[in-house]
Design a protein around this ligand. Structure first.
Ligand SMILES: Nc1ncnc2c1ncn2[C@@H]1O[C@H](COP(=O)(O)OP(=O)(O)OP(=O)(O)O)[C@@H](O)[C@H]1O
Ligand SMILES: [Mg+2]
Length: 328
């Protein structure tokens, strides 16, 4: 026996509620799954990481997953992203693996399991994304004053954002019964719109569980938990004494959101039954659909990235001005 799950037309941040609804069906499946992809035309890094996480769960239950009706364009893209590793293809256009001969600039779906891998992974992905910007030479000589190249300046805010999100997912998300949570990451540079899109999705405890009991969390609802986590200097660790072997400042998410805003970009955050979109509606995911964990989509405009210094966007430490005062 197998159940058929119909993939929506768009599997992306702009229709994140739909993507979560479908992923929930995959997560709830108790028998083999046939994904009907005949309507699917577009998936972005957020959609890809959600799908990757949901399929991983199905495989961990030894379910067999087939996909049918996948069109050549979107199918080729998703295959290059390694989303369908382990999935059987039926009634699909034959998809050739054409990793390098297209202008779109993908960074394959990657699962990260260990905190010790975060720095290296974030650096590798950021370099891979910026390496696909046309006209940027990684080997140009550095600026004499700053010691930085344009390439370094472009890499830095992407790398910082990935580090913060991956580290959150491999620490905070692993609370309670979620000790073996994983995180999936994917990224893409869209040449025509000059936008970088990232997706980072974990299957951990979610914001509400990690901030439960935090004095800033007035109502125990998923949306309130997302908005509380985004406030500067809110941290489960610092304020609630969780993980007391290390001290977090509660500045990572705030700074990542500021980077997205500073570059003229946007963020979409999912957790539980809540969806926060910095560009539009925030509220609930479609009835009955929840994401157990946290999924974050980030968008950066390439033109603004080199002018974005994350250190200047870090929230102030109480009482310490960002620029040292001079008394002369
Ligand atoms: N992926 C996640 N899963 C569960 N809870 C999370 C996740 N990411 C963040 N949080 C919650 O949101 C809070 C704020 O996150 P943020 O990254 O801003 O601060 P922090 O990680 O505590 O400190 P810092 O980032 O400065 O080291 C966290 O302390 C945690 O309670
Ligand atoms: Mg953090």
């Amino acid at each position: 026996m197998a159940i058929t799950i119909i993939l929506p037309k768009y599997f992306s941040a702009t229709s994140a509620g739909n993507a979560v609804r479908v992923c929930k069906k995959i997560l709830d499946a108790e028998e083999d799954i046939t994904l009907d992809a005949s309507n699917l035309v577009y998936a972005d890094p957020l959609g890809i990481t959600l799908l990757g996480a949901a399929l991983h769960d199905a495989f961990s239950w030894n379910l067999r997953v087939r996909i049918s009706g996948l069109g050549e364009d979107v199918g080729g893209y998703l295959q290059r992203m390694d989303v369908f590793h382990g999935v059987d293809f039926v009634k699909c256009e034959p998809v050739k693996k054409r990793r390098r001969n297209r202008g779109d600039s993908l960074v394959e779906l990657t699962r990260v399991d260990e905190v010790s891998d975060v720095d290296e992974t974030a650096h590798r992905l950021a370099v891979a994304i910026v390496g696909r910007f046309p006209g940027i030479d990684p080997d140009e000589p550095p600026d004499e004053m700053s010691g930085y190249t344009v390439f370094d300046r472009l890499v830095e805010p992407i790398q910082y954002s990935l580090c913060e999100l991956l580290e959150n997912a491999l620490t905070h998300a692993r609370r309670g019964s979620h000790g073996s949570a994983f995180v999936w990451v994917a990224g893409q540079y869209y040449r025509s719109s000059k936008i970088v899109r990232l997706g980072v999705t974990d299957n951990g405890c979610g914001f509400l569980a990690s901030l439960k009991g935090h004095p800033e969390l007035r109502r125990k609802r998923h949306l309130d938990a997302i908005l509380t986590a985004l406030k500067p200097r809110v941290s489960c660790n610092r304020d609630l004494g969780i993980h007391d072997d290390s001290v977090n400042q509660g500045v990572g998410l705030t700074t990542v959101m500021r980077i997205a805003k500073h570059t003229g970009g946007r963020a979409v955050i999912l957790s539980g039954n809540a969806l926060h979109d910095t560009d539009g509606r925030s509220g609930s995911t479609p009835a009955g659909s929840i994401w157990q964990g946290v999924a974050v989509a980030l968008e950066f405009r390439r033109d603004q990235l080199a002018r974005t210094n994350f250190r200047e966007l870090l929230p102030l430490v109480e009482g310490i001005p960002r620029i040292p005062l001079r008394f002369e």
